[in-house]
Ligand binder design. Structure first.
Ligand code: PMP
Length: 438
């Protein structure tokens, strides 16, 4: 074998500065509950639920057991033209958790696949309704919808356009809702910005109603900095969609499964979209899986539009994979039995106060917190190559705390089992770093 001596060389790491990482690698080797263990033997408090996904904490015994048992009895079974009981059972459980009416579930393997699936379902439903001219997809600036071509096209990140070009033709974008001038250090939902939803009306006026299939938004943008929707914004989008026959998709890959309180942000915040995308917390991240919940009318119109044969020409080899479905069922059991979504809601006020205690810190220009998620925005460092938040990320890790850094924003989203003392520990450590890092 040709081989290379450097054991780190072959793995091309995703969303990573590979050279910097490989010069100073930090690795996690085991996990339990609220903690990771690092390769150098330290306990790392998980302030981010991995990547916003291990909502019940790590290595939960009953999820491990469900996966192990299923691996030994049904390692794999196709769900094309065949089936096995687990995804049917999981779909029924999920349907019961979704807002009223969104009770048809399509399984994928990731958030990115859920987004592309949702966009395709929206296009198929518009065609099935006899609205085949509606092919335009609307996203939003500063949105992250994963890495598929659909997702990067409706997403709002310049890095995607710089690296991969303009994406799908026929997409357009609403402005983002982050307005620090008016909303900095808001508590709860920011007061200003509901009128930004009227961008959708402007795009209708520009392109013509008959060309617009769907609009997709994260009810709370997560990866791009915890951007909480202004009061009234989501309802205003809903109203414009209703008025013009536009399908409204909420990308709840981060917000579903308790992050902001309820099972979904839609149910917690009282605005019902037509389609919801999920992933991450669905299996407590123990096995990759995503899902798309679809309003029954949209499902039915697609199913009935095809007189015989396959109605939706779409799916994945691993849709409804037995191990993932078993993990999903066990995760839902844990969430339910331990009341973890309610716990996130109840801890919300304590969490928000703790987050806002950093307000006095140097370089802190905004703090946003809701449910069990928070974003701490730092002033950009003039002329410096690395964002300040990246330095925080490394220093926090070396101090036993996992945080997430994107650009100049630190994000926190701990497992929903977090204790108040651990919340204090997280913000205590960050307060020290705020004083230390220039
Ligand atoms: N949509 C949203 C809102 C996300 O936050 C993410 C991941 N952070 C994705 C889609 C993509 O999910 P995945 O990485 O599982 O493909």
């Amino acid at each position: 074998m040709k081989g290379e001596n450097d054991p780190l060389a072959s793995f091309w790491m995703p969303f990573t500065a590979n050279r910097a990482y490989k010069a100073q690698p930090r690795q996690l080797v085991s996990a339990s509950g609220m903690y990771y263990q690092s390769a150098d033997g330290r306990q790392i408090l998980d302030g981010t639920s991995g990547l916003w996904c291990s909502n019940a904490g790590h290595c939960r015994a009953e999820i491990v057991e469900a996966i192990t048992k299923t691996a030994a009895t049904l390692d794999y079974a196709p769900t094309f033209q065949l089936g096995h009981p687990l995804p049917f059972e999981l779909a029924q459980r999920l349907a019961a958790l979704m807002p009223d009416g969104l009770d048809r579930i399509f399984f994928t393997n990731s958030g990115s696949e859920s987004v592309d699936t949702a966009l395709k379902i929206a296009l198929a439903a518009q065609r099935a309704r006899g609205q085949g001219t509606r092919t335009r997809l609307i996203g939003r600036e500063r949105a992250y919808h994963g890495t598929g071509f659909g997702g990067i096209s409706v997403g709002g990140l310049v890095n995607n356009r710089r690296a991969f070009g303009g994406g799908l033709p026929g997409t357009d974008h609403l402005r983002h809702t982050h307005d620090r001038d008016r909303n900095a250090f808001s508590r709860g939902f920011p007061q200003h910005g509901a009128e930004l939803a009227d961008d959708l009306q402007r795009l209708v006026d520009l392109h013509g109603t008959e060309t617009i299939a769907a609009v997709i938004v994260e009810p709370m943008a997560g990866s791009t900095g915890v951007l909480i929707p202004p009061v009234g914004y989501l309802q205003r989008l809903r109203d414009i969609c209703d008025h013009h026959g536009i399908i409204l998709i909420f990308d709840e890959v981060i917000t579903a499964f308790g992050r902001v309180g309820g099972a979904t942000a839609a149910s917690e915040w009282g605005v019902t979209p037509d389609i919801i995308t999920m992933a991450k917390g669905l299996t407590n991240a123990a096995v990759p899986m995503g899902a798309v919940a679809v309003k029954r009318e949209l499902h039915d119109v697609v199913i009935e539009s095809v007189p015989g044969g396959i109605e939706l020409f779409h799916g994945y080899t691993y849709s409804g994979h037995p191990l993932a479905a078993a993990a999903g069922l066990a995760a839902l059991d844990v969430y339910e039995r331990e009341g973890l979504f309610e716990r996130a809601r109840e801890l919300g006020a304590y969490w928000e106060d703790a987050a806002h205690s950093l307000k006095v810190g140097r370089h802190v220009v905004d703090i946003r917190a809701i449910g069990l998620v928070a974003g701490i925005e730092l002033e950009p460092r003039p002329g410096a190559p690395a964002a300040r938040a990246t330095e925080f990320f490394h220093a926090a890790f070396d101090n036993g705390l996992l945080i997430r850094a994107t650009g100049d924003i630190i994000a926190l989203s701990p497992p929903l089992i977090v204790e108040k003392a651990q919340i204090d520990e997280m913000f205590g450590k960050l307060a020290e770093l705020v004083e230390r890092i220039d």
